[in-house]
Design a protein around this ligand. Sequence first.
Ligand code: SF4
Length: 381
Amino acid sequence: MTSLPLISVDPDARGRRPSMPPRHLADLDLSGRQALVTELGEPAFRAKQVSNHYFGRLVRDPERMTDLPAATRERLAGELLPTLLTPVRELACDDGATRKALWRLHDGSLVESVLMGYPDRVTVCISSQAGCGMACPFCATGQAGLTRNLSTAEIVDQAVYLAGVAASGAVAGSPPRLSHVVFMGMGEPLANYSRVVAAIRRLVAPAPEGLGLSQRHITVSTVGLVPAIRRLASEDLSVTLALSLHAPDDELRDELVPVNQRWKVSEVLDAAWDYAATTGRRVSIEYAMIKDVNDQPWRADLLGRLLAGKLAHVNLIPLNPTPGSRWDASPKPVEREFVRRLRDAGVSTTVRDTRGREIDGACGQLAAAGDTDGDSRAATA
Ligand code: SF4
């Protein structure tokens, strides 16, 4: 595929009740798929063949599965690869290097993913929930609340689908193979824990069991669900943990990240350091720079003291203002001073690029806003 086909938004979808999708091959590990295929009256090795098409060749059209008997292709594909994501709209910017996809799920829920090409890698940012229940006040997704958790396969299929887009050469100036996945789209991944962990296992398992990505190229972002961070540390996975901190003090963080009212800064950082110690992976501390809210020099100094000497890297994120929001991005001189103070404290710090800002595809902007206009045009910035 070179691009996502464009399909009009179904206006009736908005009134439907959220419900989980049909079972899909990516919900199951290879032995589960073999058991299912056997139940369907086919030899177990067909599971491997279909898996190889889906994960290895990024093919989902039964007509192209020519190693399967023609008589059973449609049926097997129908049972193992039901359509989970219907592309509604694709937006592109950054000269085609960033593409945001809006998907409609089987129950009418809308979610988004972003494909970002760089000279040395291709990254997809995927959603783990339709909406989000964490209610961070500066985030567009958080304003709409949680619709439902995504299934394992709905999560995986975003990456597989966009891996196919990348493989077609559609991302200008980037390698064709998807290499990185970040769970930074809609939702709080650790609030959909078991499905997200199963999705990670599919993404990292070698084909035909999975997509064969490196664990080190997977990043799971969280606002700080402490028990889930600790559980993730025990999964024998070495994915990167990104902690959305956004404030170094409880008073402000209680407001910016409401889950802080349950797990305080000190508790969440303790869990993060334990995660780093167990996995050997440096924790990424995400900090949205919000003008006159969390960007004061004293907060940089406090953050520096909390992180000095820890296995951590700070990612400062220029806030992406959302329509009608009272929050704005910090001015560049303020941002530079914040960076300087952190680095002076010995803390590795970078400022994240603002890929996708033109198409509302950057962090905190994934709100599936496109569902309101019923417009199926592709806008290319
Ligand atoms: S910032 Fe993340 S956790 Fe907070 S509301 Fe938005 S999507 Fe949810």
